[in-house]
Design a protein. Structure first.
Ligand code: MD3
Ligand code: FE
Length: 207
């Protein structure tokens, strides 16, 4: 598996999942989304809807609504626990994360071709010693990553279907976002768009 060192703490594995594994993962996610439907998150305070739709797997899911950003064990609309993280994602974490405890959250983001994600930091977790591991499926995204403060220089990277990307150490609190989706660049999904999975450790391990 070819690992590219993109920047300190940022590792890119292009084509980490082959076409058959990508299709199997889509089937896993279809089942997860049946139990935990995608919904439209809203910005804290303003209630402005995100352009990205979300759901989660795992014992904790990341959500955003008028009250703020947080992790919680239950789907905000159904009240049910999130479905388990699919085994093939746990395998990817064991293989790539370099962190000896399992992830607790898998955020599933769905981007229509016009969806974006502005530059932000992921800092709602209590454990920053664990990396965030991202897997991309479907249309290619133009991803942007900067440093740990706003307004510094940024680097742009294409994320294609099957790619894995890990952010740890000095990159764990880097600003990052999705500038745009290249609609029609992949035929994995039955509709144009992109799915991104982020695996995260949320709590500090006790033992
Ligand atoms: C760099 N998602 O869900 S994944 C997010 O493609 C998020 O859906 C984007 O940013 C997406 O929070 C980007 C790549 C990523 C994820 C987490 C990071 C990059 C990161 C955490 C720290 C630094
Ligand atoms: Fe993020």
């Amino acid at each position: 598996m070819a690992a590219l060192a993109v920047a300190p703490g940022v590792t890119h594995w292009p084509d980490y999942l082959d076409a058959a594994e990508q299709a199997a993962l889509i089937a896993d996610l279809r089942e997860a989304a049946r139990q935990a439907p995608f919904y439209t998150p809203r910005m804290p305070k303003t209630g402005k809807p995100f352009s990205v739709r979300m759901t989660n797997c795992g014992v904790l899911g990341w959500i955003s609504d008028e009250r703020g950003y947080r992790y919680q064990p239950l789907h905000p609309q159904t009240g049910a626990p999130w479905p388990p993280i699919p085994e093939r994602l746990l395998r990817a974490w064991r293989e790539l994360a370099g962190y000896s405890h399992p992830p607790e959250a898998c955020l599933v983001n769905f981007y229509e071709p016009t969806a974006r994600m502005g530059l932000h930091q992921d800092r709602d977790e209590a454990e920053f010693d664990a990396p965030v591991l991202s897997l991309s499926l479907g249309d290619t995204a133009i991803f942007r990553i900067g440093g740990t403060s706003r307004g510094g220089k940024t680097l742009s990277l294409k994320l294609a279907s099957g790619d894995a990307l890990a952010f740890g150490g000095p990159a764990r609190l880097a600003y990052h976002g999705i500038d745009r989706i290249l609609a029609g660049s992949s035929s994995l999904l039955p509709q144009p768009g992109r799915i991104n999975l982020t695996l995260r450790r949320v709590t500090k391990p006790s033992g």
